[in-house]
Write a protein that binds this ligand. Structure first.
Ligand code: HEC
Ligand code: HEC
Length: 358
């Protein structure tokens, strides 16, 4: 806001100075022409100059006043420039961010609009979740079949991953999935700066959280986004409860934890099964939680890694961080997302109880 005012002041000054110069030029021209006429009688350099009376009186005073005015300009102008410098810098930074957002948006667009078609797979420019055609090769038989793979909503991605983790995903993609490596570090077509512009664009489309204690509790610059005491609707398409209800209607007798673990991807919700159950993302699920991109959670290994249930709850709330210890002797990679901002504490507890019984 102040930054805008600063440029407004600068424009006014610029206009005043320009008008000043133009009027000076015009007036000078006019007076010169008048003088030309008088040259017929006497050359200008032979005209008698002001007498002492004027030179030491009126004229001297005028020059002194002019000097004082210029001095005031310097004395007031310099501190003013200094005072406005922070807001000018903030304005420059905001301008740069806005340009990065715009460049990222261009990259995100469909192929027909010369983008890289992130929007085509991820559900439009707001990335509310979509699908991607893909060919999977059976690792055992080598048989190839074409499938449709659910691409997650990205308008909540900064609530589950830190900026560094999203950068990693964009650079290296997700192996054995339609999400290819996009950044040059992973062998993809995009420069390091392209990836940075995409990160800025993705930040700009994140959904606003619901139920934050106050709006001050929503920290958009935090890494990842933080909202104390509230949760984020998983996508714009659905709220979690109706997806849970739909699952429970389809699977009578299932627990709420099971429903949350297996949330229907078509609804755009983000579940555990998408990473921990093989084949889940393309509609031919194998044994629940037997491990795919995320690890096998069945057969007691997980419980051995988390003898204390509360530790497991904390892990799922915060996700894993690269190099950081979790459970008894686990070391995270940053690829397990945080669910603390997407689900309530009770929902996470229900999931944990379900997983511990697998
Ligand atoms: C061909 C379709 C396709 C295109 C194009 C594509 N993605 Fe993806 N993306 C996917 C799929 C599918 C997944 C989920 C993979 C999985 O199941 O682990 C994914 C996962 C992601 C994730 C991880 C999200 C999460 O929370 O797990 C991010 C971030 C992402 N994509 C960003 C992008 C960006 C940015 C672009 C454009 C440069 C892009 N994607 C282009 C299909 C695509
Ligand atoms: C984007 C994919 C992804 C999703 C979604 C995901 N996980 Fe994970 N999960 C992982 C990965 C990868 C690991 C391995 C740890 C690492 O690399 O940091 C992991 C590890 C774990 C572990 C530790 C396993 C062990 O024995 O050490 C548990 C428990 C777990 N996930 C539970 C869940 C639950 C519950 C959900 C849903 C609320 C979930 N995960 C959703 C990818 C995912």
């Amino acid at each position: 806001m102040i930054a805008l005012n600063t440029s407004a002041v600068a424009w006014v000054l610029f206009a005043l100075i320009s008008i000043g110069w133009v009027s000076y030029f015009v007036l000078n021209q006019l007076s010169a022409r008048r003088e030309l006429g008088s040259e017929v009688e006497m050359a200008p350099n032979r005209k008698p100059y002001y007498d002492d009376e004027v030179l030491e009186g009126r004229r001297l005073e005028r020059m002194q006043i002019l000097g004082v005015l210029l001095l005031i300009t310097v004395v007031v102008g310099l501190p003013m420039a200094w005072a406005f410098e922070p807001s000018r810098q903030a304005g420059a930074k905001a301008g740069m961010t806005e340009r990065f957002r715009w460049w990222g948006e261009e990259l995100f667009k469909p192929t027909a609009e010369l983008g890289f078609n992130c929007s085509g797979c991820h559900g439009g420019m707001k990335a509310t979740g979509g699908q991607a055609p893909y060919a999977v090769t059976d690792p055992k038989t080598g048989e190839v079949k074409s499938v449709t793979w659910y691409a997650p909503a990205l308008n909540t991605v900064f609530y589950r991953f830190s900026e560094e983790e999203v950068r990693f995903i964009l650079n290296y993609g997700r192996p054995f999935s339609p999400m290819s490596a996009w950044g040059s570090p992973g062998g993809g077509p995009m420069t390091v700066q392209n990836i940075e512009t995409l990160l800025v664009y993705l930040k700009s489309i994140q959904v606003q959280p619901e139920g934050c204690l106050t709006t001050d509790n929503f920290v958009k610059d935090a890494d990842p986004f933080v909202c104390d005491g509230g949760t984020v609707p998983q996508t714009n398409k659905t709220d979690i409860q109706s997806a849970v209800d739909a699952y429970l209607t389809q699977h009578p007798g299932a627990s709420e934890g099971e429903a949350l673990f297996n949330l229907d991807l078509a609804s755009g919700a983000y579940s555990c099964a998408r990473c921990h159950t093989p084949g889940w993302s393309y509609g031919s699920p194998g044994v629940t939680a037997q491990g795919a991109f995320g690890w096998n959670l069945t057969g007691g290994a997980t419980n051995a890694h988390f003898p204390n249930e509360q530790d497991m709850i904390t892990f799922i709330k915060n996700g894993s961080a690269n190099g950081k210890k979790y459970g008894v002797q686990g070391q995270g990679s940053g690829r397990m997302p945080a669910f603390g901002h997407l689900l309530t504490d009770e929902q996470i507890k229900a999931i944990v109880e379900y997983v511990r019984g697998l």
